[in-house]
Write a protein that binds this ligand. Structure first.
Ligand code: ACO
Length: 326
């Protein structure tokens, strides 16, 4: 039995928020944002658009790309930190929106690492023979958990969703999943969080007025942890699989900040084969790696057999590096 990435898709809302727009909202400058982050613009959803709308559209595009009908899907995983609501899962909402028949559907919460956590889980369910066709989606409407008065965070994020169709296929020779290093260290949970959204601190009018329902972050600490976590995870997965850095066709790090990407690239020694699009989308959380894969796929820059090294970090602190074969 072979396992393949049968299709990819992504969706971003039409509305673009530029650095010039942000200059009118907080005390910042295009020059500061570009130099510190590499971000030039991000897409922002309308108030009436939910994460499930972004996710369903990305999923629809991935299914079309794969040439697979919704009726063939038997596993839906949505990675998100901005579910439509705490329950039911956004995966079940997407299932309904796409007309996918009854099957296993659930959400994964591992912040920006979520798509890679989902990929690991989906591969386990496919390779154990329990499922045949998985629709994996990373989607977030970060604009609804952004404090638009905090210049240290509001310049970073964008809304988006991306999707992969993963399939067990007896006619396919190979396995998209070569190896992975996936982990988390809860001791670092306080550096990056949304403090006032859950049972520890339920939302109140007072809390919302203090922006407790929004992302708070120690930027410099998160930056250091991101570089260390992603480069160590990449090195471990290369060691485990016996693959050398020069054999990697594309490295796709989570698109949080151009400087973080460059620091990881330098540590791995593969700067010229690093895919970057953070300037156009900002940090789109668990959508980011899937957007990169979809852009590479649709622009014909992936050949069968290409090795792709993905890496992500996120709140928790969570991290993952996964080596994929196209
Ligand atoms: N415009 C202008 N000045 C700013 C801005 C802004 N938008 N934001 C902060 N500053 C100022 C600060 O107030 C500070 O001023 P001071 O020296 O007078 O106090 C100065 O710039 C430097 O601030 P730092 O926070 O030290 O800036 P740094 O170079 O570290 O860059 C950044 C900040 C871009 C946030 C960086 O730390 C970073 O990218 N961190 C990682 C963020 C990240 O990737 N998070 C992932 C979270 S996603 C998730 O899991 C949902």
């Amino acid at each position: 039995m072979g396992f393949r990435i049968a299709g990819t898709g992504h969706y971003v809302p039409d509305r673009i928020l530029t650095n010039a727009d942000l200059e009118k909202m907080v005390e910042t400058s295009d020059e500061w944002i570009v130099t510190r982050t590499g971000i030039r613009e991000r897409h922002i959803a309308d108030p009436e658009t939910a994460t499930s709308d972004l996710a369903a559209e990305a999923g629809r595009r991935a299914l079309q790309n794969a040439g697979i009908e919704p009726g063939d899907v038997d596993l839906v995983i949505v990675s998100t930190i901005t579910p439509d609501m705490p329950t039911p899962s956004t995966a079940t909402v997407v299932q309904r929106k796409l007309g996918i028949p009854p099957c296993m559907c659930f959400d994964v919460e591992a912040a920006c690492t979520g798509l890679l956590y989902g990929l690991d889980i989906a591969h386990a369910l496919l390779s154990s023979g329990q499922r045949r066709t998985a629709l994996l989606i990373g989607g977030d409407k970060l604009s609804c958990v952004t404090n638009w008065t905090d210049r240290s965070t509001c310049v970073l994020f964008g809304d988006a969703a991306s999707s992969l169709v993963l399939q067990a296929d007896p006619a396919f020779d190979g396995d998209f999943y070569v190896g992975a290093e996936v982990g988390a260290d809860g001791r670092d949970a306080d550096f990056l969080k949304i403090p006032g959204f859950g049972s520890a601190c339920p939302p109140t009018a007072e809390g919302v007025a203090q922006h407790l329902n929004c992302i708070t972050m120690n930027g410099p600490k998160t930056y250091q942890m991101a570089v260390t976590a992603m480069s160590q995870a990449c090195k471990k997965v290369l060691e485990k699989t016996g693959v050398r850095a020069d054999q990697i066709r594309w490295a796709i790090p989570h698109q949080a900040n151009d400087r973080i990407i460059s620091a990881v690239a330098a540590r791995l020694g593969i700067s010229e084969r690093i895919y970057r699009n953070v300037s156009r989308f900002g940090n789109t959380s668990s959508a980011s790696i899937g957007i990169c894969l979809d852009e590479l796929n649709r622009s014909g820059q992936l050949q069968k057999g290409d090795l792709i090294l993905t890496a992500a970090f996120g709140a928790g602190l969570t991290w993952a590096a996964e080596l994929l074969r196209w």
